[in-house]
Write a protein that binds this ligand. Structure first.
Ligand code: MN
Length: 374
């Protein structure tokens, strides 16, 4: 083998990249996943953007609500590290730059949401104002690119009057497609009665609430700080999965039976625990008379929740979730710009599943739950 052949062989070997979980997808020689060639209407559903009012809020507000590690994350976005120089302009871009990256990943449409922690570090007055301005910016981008963008409305969960009012405006006036909540608000969770007006509005407007991760509250963060476990590797899932479990166990889905909640990252661990939490719920009910749900907790997981593939491009996890929560409850998502559109598409294109199931997750389920034009 001469030198050129050796280099070619080494290049070909390097081009095979193992996806987590064992599925293989082809990377090009630069180590990037190629633009997919198969034609699907790929709709990604957890795709972040930022607005200047939001970034100015991060810069200007002196007093934050309980924000855990989100405070340092938002200050990073405002800084001049290489991470910020890469990420912040891409978050702010709601035009051709974003669409070029979508095209490279074979993404037909992004369902956009204001990047975490949204407006939930701000006092209610500030949160209400920034949510409103950001929703207007989002709606303007969708008007300009109606076939490429849809979006989830931000609101202040901690304002029981103006939060729901903004939700109504987002759907009825701006034509948005659902709502974004970044897990806890100042340590509070949506099952608490003070947040019921938010759940009631979502159900009445027939649009889902996407519960996106954010940092654990400061009071819970200490054990996660060593080894950097507070973020996307583990802490976000603990925080957001706990939020989802509270909703499942609280009875809010008996009170709001048509409410739809979406969780990213293949359900933030909840699908893995179905056997155990049903078993423990039933055991406690039998022995101590606790629990007042009309059904087992897993019933509500299947009826009232959906999950997405955001940032979890693992075929074994996908197949497990299809079996446990059902293909009709799974949406495709990339988690742009924090993760790679092309890797997301390579993962879903390569998954050994039926074409009918793939199309449901790529587009059919999103078209249904977000009321997108087909
Ligand atoms: Mn995300």
């Amino acid at each position: 083998m001469n030198r050129r052949d050796l280099l070619r062989a080494a290049g070909a070997l390097g081009a095979m990249a193992a996806l987590p979980g064992g599925a293989m997808a082809q990377r090009n020689l630069e180590g990037a996943f190629p633009t997919p060639t198969k034609k699907y209407r790929r709709i990604t559903t957890e795709e972040a953007f930022a607005t200047l009012p939001q970034l100015n809020g991060f810069r200007d507000i002196g007093k934050y609500l309980d924000s855990g590690s989100d405070l340092s994350f938002t200050q990073t976005l405002l800084g001049d590290s290489s991470y910020a120089r890469d990420m912040t302009p891409r978050l702010l871009n709601l035009g051709e730059g974003r669409i070029k990256e979508m095209d490279e990943g074979g993404i037909a449409m992004q369902v956009l949401s204001l990047t975490s922690p949204g407006v939930q570090m701000f006092s209610p007055d500030t949160a209400v104002a920034i949510a409103r301005e950001s929703n207007d910016i989002l709606a303007e981008a969708i008007r300009k690119y109606p076939t490429r963008f849809a979006g989830l409305g931000a609101m202040a969960p901690h304002d029981p009057k103006r939060g729901p009012a903004e939700m109504e405006r987002a759907i009825k006036q701006l034509g948005l497609n659902g709502f974004i909540v970044n897990s806890h608000t100042d340590g509070g969770y949506l099952d608490e009665q003070r947040f019921w007006p938010i759940l009631e509005a979502a159900e009445a407007l027939d649009r889902p609430i996407y519960i996106h991760p954010r940092s654990l509250p400061e009071t819970s963060l200490a054990p996660f700080r060593p080894y950097g476990l507070g973020g996307a590797s583990w802490g976000y899932a603990v925080e957001t999965g706990t939020h989802g479990m509270r909703l499942l166990f609280s009875g809010v889905f008996d009170r709001f039976p048509k409410l739809k909640i979406i969780l990213g990252h293949m359900g933030e661990g909840i699908p893995y625990w179905v056997y155990r939490f049903d078993h423990m719920y039933n055991t406690a009910k039998r022995n101590w008379g606790t629990g007042s749900l009309k059904e087992a907790p897993s019933f509500y997981l299947k009826r009232n929740m959906m999950i997405t593939t955001s940032g979890m491009f693992s075929e074994p996890v996908l197949k497990y979730c299809m079996e446990v929560v059902g293909v009709d409850n799974i949406l495709f998502a990339a988690d742009y710009p924090y993760q790679d559109n092309r890797e997301a598409s390579a993962f879903m294109d390569a998954a050994k599943i039926s074409e009918a199931d793939r199309i449901k997750m790529y587009s059919g389920n999103a078209e249904r739950v977000f009321h997108l034009k087909v």
